[in-house]
Design a protein around this ligand. Structure first.
Ligand code: GTP
Ligand code: K
Ligand code: MG
Length: 373
């Protein structure tokens, strides 16, 4: 079954390669891309998006979330993921020179800047993981639940390994280091396909392409609004609707095993950190980069008449760092008796500023909550 799909995918890819890209063929390419996306999701999820084949297809390891954020270690076998877990968190995960030492998901917790970061060690994956090889599906399904993925690579191995891992994540609907595209698609009961561009489209999108993609997905009535310049692939991602947009950091491990010249070449890469887990080289930079990409804020509480508690910050996520969220983190009932807050720090216009519950906080702000009397 999956061989059939794989063959169809290859046929379409070959046809796309043959088709010259210009205004006249955009429409045709749109159809091909939609067909391709549908086949890919069939390959990973089974027909109709349901899990097919093995029992755990599409399901991750059963490890409950804990701490302020979750990061996952993904990579080929024996690149040093378990060694890294042990170094970062102190939780021992078996490490050895043979491949597939780790067979399940091992969670650990790393404390940094007052935040508790859950780190997941995962089994190694190989090419073809997303369509069912080894424990690949379980690994990548678990990676989908992470706020940050560390793609761990062996510095002494070919850089092509990076691309292979990226492809596996991509096939499973993970979009790395991308924001969700600003596209609205509202399906309706009648009226055909409405299409609006708020921004000029320069990457192949047009009303015709939107219609042909919708047709492929059997959407006959919808209102489509493009609020930024997007690619046809990004549009298809929104139509498919199950994409996970996750930041990735490339961790090149075992730099003790390469030369300075080789290290210089790796150094050109964006989003990359060179380390040696074994020798504990450059771990401080790695933690700083992790912190930076997890987009977390530290907010200190200040009880009235006392100095702030700098040891136990409240950790907020950058998507919603409001005073209300801060209160909820302390205790669910606080917001009911909330009157106002005094805020010191970068978000305050003057020190302190009197703020309501919707005020947006900044990293290292200090907050004093005042209750209704
Ligand atoms: N030279 C060197 N060897 C390392 C480093 N980190 C790990 N290793 C070695 O690489 C081998 C594999 O390490 P593991 O931590 O088991 O690798 P893994 O990625 O967890 O492997 P699987 O669980 O099999 O996927 C072991 O022999 C480690 O001692 C490093 O920084 N430098
Ligand atoms: K190993
Ligand atoms: Mg391991």
């Amino acid at each position: 079954m999956s061989d059939d799909i794989q063959k169809k995918i290859e046929e379409i890819e070959a046809e796309m390669a043959r088709t010259q890209k210009n205004k006249a063929t955009n429409y045709h390419i749109g159809t091909l891309k939609a067909k391709l996306a549908k086949l890919r999701s069939e390959l990973t999820n089974g027909p109709g998006g349901k899990s097919a084949g093995s029992k755990d297809a599409g399901r991750g390891f059963d490890v409950s979330k804990s701490g302020d954020t979750r990061i996952g270690l993904v990579g080929f076998p024996s690149v040093g993921k378990s060694t890294l877990l042990t170094t970062l968190t102190g939780t021992r995960s078996e490490a050895a020179a043979y491949e597939f030492t780790t067979l399940t998901c091992i969670p650990g917790t790393m404390k940094y800047k007052g935040a508790r970061i859950q780190v997941l060690d995962l089994p190694g994956i190989i090419e073809g993981a997303a369509d069912g090889r080894g424990r690949g599906r379980q690994v990548i399904s678990t990676a989908r639940t992470c706020n940050l993925i560390l793609v761990v690579l062996d510095s002494a191995k070919p850089v092509t390994h990076k691309k292979i891992i990226e492809n596996e994540l991509f096939s499973f609907g993970i979009r790395i280091n991308q924001n969700p595209p600003d596209i609205k698609v509202m399906t309706k009961n009648a009226g055909g396909i409405g299409y609006q561009e708020m921004v000029k489209q320069t990457q192949g999108m047009s009303a015709d392409v939107a219609r042909v993609v919708c047709k492929e997905y059997k959407i006959s009535c919808a209102e489509i609004i493009l609020r930024e310049d997007v690619s046809v692939d990004q549009f298809i991602d929104v139509i498919e609707g199950n994409r996970a947009y996750i930041p990735v950091l490339y961790v090149f491990n075992k730099i003790d095993a390469i030369t300075i010249e080789e290290l210089d070449i790796l150094d050109q890469m964006p989003n990359y950190v060179p380390i040696s887990s074994q020798h504990e080289w450059n771990l401080e930079e790695l933690m700083e980069e992790i912190w930076h990409r997890c987009s977390m804020l530290r907010v200190y509480t200040k009880p009235k008449g006392q100095i702030p508690d700098y040891d136990e910050p409240v950790i907020l996520h950058a998507e919603n760092p409001t005073i209300e969220e801060f209160c909820n983190r302390l205790h669910k009932s606080i917001i009911d008796s909330f009157s106002h807050a005094w805020v010191w720090g970068r978000s305050a216009k003057h020190q302190p500023q009197r703020c309501g519950k919707d005020h947006v906080l900044a990293d290292e702000d200090i907050v004093q909550i005042c209750k209704k009397v």
